[in-house]
Design a protein around this ligand. Structure first.
Ligand code: DHB
Ligand code: FE
Length: 284
């Protein structure tokens, strides 16, 4: 196979880096000198404390330098930060919520996926491999009222663990879509169960994982963004019971309330699952 047809860490990392550059998030904050001073000083102190406590050698220091340079060369900063840090940022951002708290966005979200009214089938190849999954539920507010025409964005990996737009030779919007719920906030989406996913192993992050004796797995998951006017955007992931990595996700992004209750499909074809979302009203 040529490099154009093989998924590689550098290709998916660089695609994730480009996506972040285009996301409008890069200049999101007007830096406050005191806040930068506080956070940067704490980060530098934490690193220095480790050096002193663990008596880090020059060889180790140079290995770190080489590795950090490689993270950039491979475009893996989004991947590194989303795997090892985003879960704490997400906890801070959503801890006040009464409704769903959610989970990390990860590096593979693309806005603007094709929109359809529910019930609908997500875009997929004619010969898409895997187990069909009917994903249905209702979107409500914290006062239990239905959120009419709530918007559900869904994206996930295919049966081989690859995401469209980040791995080669997959149609642009494959297994990505935007769905508009009905007047009672109810939705029904036909999709295909995703496979467990290994973060790329052939780049800098994979090198760290191998060198530290860790594993690279994330459990199989659906990614979602659920929104309705006047409500906080919910970014979530949903997981499949029994997955070997629900308890040791490399990205620490599984929460008990995010586990799906998968049932045989009433249609007789594959699986179905009902999951309801509760959104918090925006603070006045
Ligand atoms: C990564 C990939 C994901 O699919 C995800 O949900 C979180 C992180 C990653 O490769 O960094
Ligand atoms: Fe993912």
């Amino acid at each position: 196979m040529t490099t154009e047809t093989t998924a590689s860490a550098a290709a998916s990392g660089n695609a994730a880096t480009d996506r972040f550059r285009q996301s409008g998030k890069t200049g999101a904050i007007a830096a406050d000198v005191e806040r930068v001073n506080l956070l940067a000083s704490k980060l530098i102190k934490a690193a220095n404390d480790i050096v002193l406590e663990e008596r880090v050698s020059y060889d180790e220091f140079n290995a770190l330098k080489a590795w950090l340079i490689k993270v950039g060369d491979d475009g893996e900063w989004p991947l590194f930060l989303d795997v090892w840090l985003e879960h704490s940022v997400e906890d801070v951002a959503t801890s006040h919520r009464e409704g769903n708290k959610g989970s990390i966005e990860g590096p593979y979200y693309v806005p603007g996926s094709p929109s359809q009214d529910s019930p609908a089938k997500i875009s997929m190849r004619d010969d898409e491999k895997g187990t069909p999954l009917l994903f249905q539920g209702q979107v409500r507010s914290t006062d239990s009222s239905a959120l009419k025409n709530a918007k559900i964005e869904l994206w996930h990996a295919d049966e081989e663990g690859f995401y469209s737009q980040f791995a080669p030779n997959i149609p642009e919007w494959n297994l990505r879509g935007t769905f508009i719920a009905d007047a009672e906030g109810k939705f029904q989406i036909d999709t295909m169960q995703p496979a467990p996913y290994q973060i790329p192993t052939d780049g800098a992050c994979g090198q760290l994982i191998a060198a530290a004796g860790w594993h690279a797995w994330r459990p199989a998951h659906l990614h979602l963004k659920v929104s309705a006017p006047g409500h906080e955007l919910l970014t979530a992931q949903l997981y499949f019971p029994g997955d070997a990595h629900n308890d040791d996700d490399i990205a620490t992004a599984v929460k008990p309330e995010l586990l799906l209750d998968i049932q045989p499909a009433e249609s007789g074809n594959g699986k179905q699952v009902t999951y309801d979302f509760v959104l918090d009203p925006e603070a006045k």
